[in-house]
Design a protein around this ligand. Structure first.
Ligand code: ATP
Ligand code: MG
Length: 445
């Protein structure tokens, strides 16, 4: 993309309404624009990152054997009356009446809809196990939408639902989700720690929230510092292997790590004092096993091998896709702007032409742009007639992890400069080597 032809409405001033870094930076970098309280338009740069995150979630869910689909945002109230949640959900549910006077709602989540789909088509244990998921907009009429996309009213969420014959099978689905979530967050450059959580209205002992540690997080968390040493890395996993998935669960959840809702001081005090940590965290996902709660209420049953009709065991699993942009920025920025991890960056590399209009510099930038693009990379070329300082400030603000700077002086010596956004370190290289280096960085991503 050439910046002169792109739509990147960066702001010079820091918007007064934004209280935390991620919200400020998303507004300043021209990623989002508020359209009503807690409701945002996703401008091109923000949309690009949103799609990258969504794509990682899709890939990791499908790797785990989970099946993508799409359910609507608007739902009929009838199904929610059946489950009993139409009244329970309260004011967070946005209720709408259509022209025929029928009660509708903008879905805050999809347990009812998916259970209805399941019971309409599935009747035998032979069709199980089954895990369906979608990534769709949700609406929750939050009392205090704030912090930009972190706590919106309209937000983008992946929600998945498993249907299993037995509790053991459903717990395997739970463990598969835990593994796939760990992999997803790591690919986004994030450490999200699974913490024992509260089942809330869904109930059940089996639920973990995934928290990204950040001072601006809304949850208070308590953990054994050893949990921050754990990484999933690129190890091979067989998602059908029950013991292997269970092993990952034990490895990542056996140490003390809880949110304030489940915190137990006495248990926490058994952790050696020098490893006890209290901090704040951002919830970026949650997994649940809730047994037969919905299947019993909504009559979602299958016939087992003894010809008995039994309710299926279910779980639901959510990732806050739009909230993740805020969480990633909270975890990765400095006073100049965002620092995108390579896995989610909107463009792979920025090209800054220090002297637009200089024949040699223009030609070198064009050549770089073409070779990067030919390799399947996505560069952002700042080809505007602007001062160098302004161009650097924009690149730093929007946070591309790598920048190639091209100027007449360097070109006389046959070099351009490759700069890492995170460390600020630069090296001079021939344009060919710079391209090669950028390609190598992204080879495994
Ligand atoms: P919270 O406790 O933050 O209100 P929740 O526990 O009610 O969230 P879930 O139903 O578990 O949320 O939804 C799954 C994920 O969706 C959450 O882990 C979070 O990342 C994201 N999410 C929930 N509410 C919002 C919101 N208002 N804005 C943006 N993302 C949200
Ligand atoms: Mg939650």
């Amino acid at each position: 993309m050439r910046l002169s032809r792109y739509f990147l409405p960066v702001l010079k001033e820091t918007p007064a309404e934004a209280q935390i870094a991620s919200h400020r930076l998303m507004l300043r970098a021209g990623m989002i624009k508020q359209s009503a309280a807690g409701i945002y338009s996703w401008l091109p740069l923000g949309f690009k990152v949103l799609k990258k995150i969504e794509n990682i979630v899709h890939e990791e869910q499908q790797r785990a054997g989970h099946i993508p689909m799409l359910m609507p945002t608007l739902q009929s109230a009838d199904l929610w009356r059946e489950s009993g949640r139409y009244d329970d959900y309260g004011e967070e549910m946005l209720r709408i009446t259509d022209r025929h006077g029928r009660d509708m709602l903008y879905g805050p989540t999809n347990e009812e809809l998916i259970t209805d789909i399941f019971r309409s088509y599935v009747g035998s244990y032979k069709d199980l196990p089954l895990t369906l998921y979608h990534i769709q907009w949700k609406f929750r009429d939050e009392i205090r939408p704030r912090f930009g996309v972190m706590r919106g009213r309209e937000f983008y969420m992946k929600d998945g639902y498993n249907f299993d014959l037995t509790k053991e099978d459903a717990l395997h689905a739970y463990n598969r989700h835990l593994v796939s979530y760990l992999r997803s967050y790591e690919r986004m450059g994030l450490q999200a720690i699974p913490m024992r959580a509260d089942g809330g209205p869904i109930g059940g002992d089996y639920t973990h929230e995934f928290l990204v540690l950040a001072e601006t997080g809304e949850s208070e968390v308590f953990y054994d510092s050893e949990v921050t040493d754990l990484t999933f890395g690129d190890r091979e996993i067989d998602y059908d292997n029950v013991e292997q998935c269970q092993g990952v669960l034990e490895e990542f959840t056996s140490r003390y790590a809880r949110t304030d809702e489940t915190h137990e001081e006495a248990l926490f005090n058994e952790v050696p004092e020098e490893r006890r940590r209290t901090a704040r965290g951002i919830e970026v996902g949650q997994i649940f096993y809730f047994g037969t709660k919905y299947s019993e209420a909504m009559n979602a049953t299958v016939v087992n091998d003894k010809q008995e009709r039994v309710p299926v065991h279910m779980g639901s699993h959510g990732i806050g896709v739009s909230r993740l942009l805020g969480a990633i920025i909270e975890a990765s920025h400095d006073d100049k702007g965002i620092i995108w991890p390579e896995g989610v960056t909107p463009f792979h590399v920025g090209i800054v032409n220090l002297k637009q209009g200089d024949d040699e510099a223009d030609a070198a930038c064009e050549a770089l742009y073409k070779s990067l693009t030919a390799l399947g990379l996505d560069p952002l070329y700042d080809d505007r007639k602007e001062r160098a300082g302004g161009k650097f400030a924009t690149m730093d603000l929007i946070g591309l992890p790598w920048r190639i700077t091209v100027g007449p002086r360097g070109l006389k010596n046959g070099v351009v400069e490759l700069t890492c956004r995170k460390t600020g370190e630069s090296e001079e290289l021939s344009p060919e080597l710079a391209v090669q280096k950028v390609a190598e960085i992204y080879a495994g991503i």
